[in-house]
Design a protein around this ligand. Sequence first.
Ligand SMILES: [Cu+2]
Length: 555
Amino acid sequence: MRRLLFCALLGLSLGAQAGRYELVIDEGEVRFSDGSRPALTINGQSPAPELRFQEGEEVEIAVTNKLERMTALHWHGIILPYTQDGVPGISFPGIAPGETFTYRFTLNQSGTYWYHAHADFQEQEGLYGPLIIEPKGREPYRYDREYTVLLFDWQDEKPERTLANLKKQADYYNDQQQTLGDFFRDVARDGLGATVKDRWDWGNMRMAKTDIADVGGFRFLINGRDAEQNWTALFKPGERVRMRIINGSGMSYFDLRIPGLPLTVVQADGNDVQPVVVDQLRLAVAETYDVIVQPKEDKAYALVAESMDRRGQALATLAPRNGMRAEAPPLRAPRLLSMTDMGMSHDMAGMDHGSMAGMDHSQMAGMDHSAMAPAGNPDYAAGSGVAPEPVDGGRVLVYGDLKAMRPAAGYRAPDRTIEMKLTGNMERYFWSFDGVKYSEAEPIRLKYGERVRFRFVNQTMMNHPMHLHGMWMQLDKGNGRFNPLKHVVNVAPGQSLEVDVPVDAMGEWAFHCHLIYHMASGMFRKIVVEAADGSTQPFYEPQPAAKKESEHAHH
Ligand SMILES: [Cu+2]
């Protein structure tokens, strides 16, 4: 990776810098403890090189496509003109084989972000990397050194095959005896109530989460290393170490902890939050959290990131010297589901499947047991409503803990509310909003300058990490002006979650579930932000340009 950094050119505002990267996307390989695998790479590596910028910088990133298919890179969480956002079919046509596309935008934010391919399943094949923006001003917390911790779920299988398998048979990756298919057959024959009665003892109705996770077969990585390869972060005892944690996975949520060290959370999704000390945090897919730890002893500490379904864990080490290794704790048992966890009363047993809280039995199938919120505590974890088991009585981060460091400017009541039902049909493996797949959906139209509240109503039994491009979501957990800014919010199974969006970016934007197989199978919408006067020319560059407007009038 070569970076050219040069001072302000004539005409740029004083102090502005321009950072340029040249990135080449190509076939390559990743090397694990048990050998190499073919992968997609950027400048010969996967994960892709860490890009570092300064707040205020004018960025140029030239991306060359050496693949035999179209590609595109998306700068996740970055506020920029929509034409630079990197979503084929929305922002631009994509980067054709052999072509170079140069992205240009100015960074008016700082913090921990990442970037990844936004074309078919290329992200899952290796095109993902960290993007760090250093702030102009002084940060409201101190640390002596910092590391990036990029989590990933590698699959040997080609993602296209995975999706095809899921479409053929939704429980393809189910390695448990009691399969989802059996459950459906019984429900079809006996109805949900009878099936549930039959399967679960009402006094102790529990089911292992792993019965119906949708995709498995992952190798969990930290900065591209598997557990054997043991990525290591060095420290001097007593130092404050900042960890920039990014969940770059395609499908996996992680419960992360460093046994013996409290985690002081200082940033969420790149934005400073009022520090909160926890023992464990859950990262939904595509979320980032920055934590500061202070290892005081001259010994190795294990960094443990268990996948939410407990099929595996990513492991790394914090150590005062290379070659040390903390003993990794064993994988904890999957959390069990109870019906009260799901907010359902025992009366549900008598109902037929069609009437269950408006869900049909196929939606029920996406059930993600480990993620169920305990009754009466709907926001029990970072993932909102997600409840990892307590660790030694330790604290688990919940969304309500996240309070912005600085109050939002212009905070006010929303102008209107848009409800989006998160829906799916597990048997046919399609995922959707309001029961409509992307291919059949109209775009969501917003007016520039309005403030829109989105109410996500999750009618499935899976977690969905909702990602909005181009604009922030203010996650409403009752902290008012201190509601944190997020680019991804997790909506827990059977739960609702509300965010406010100040609509401040013209153009066309993607809005989707960040689980890659859910996105690919329809859980995706286009958002069109139109001029406030209702003009029929929805798209123009954010920079005032009368000519551009007339050019786009035919839209
Ligand atoms: Cu989803």
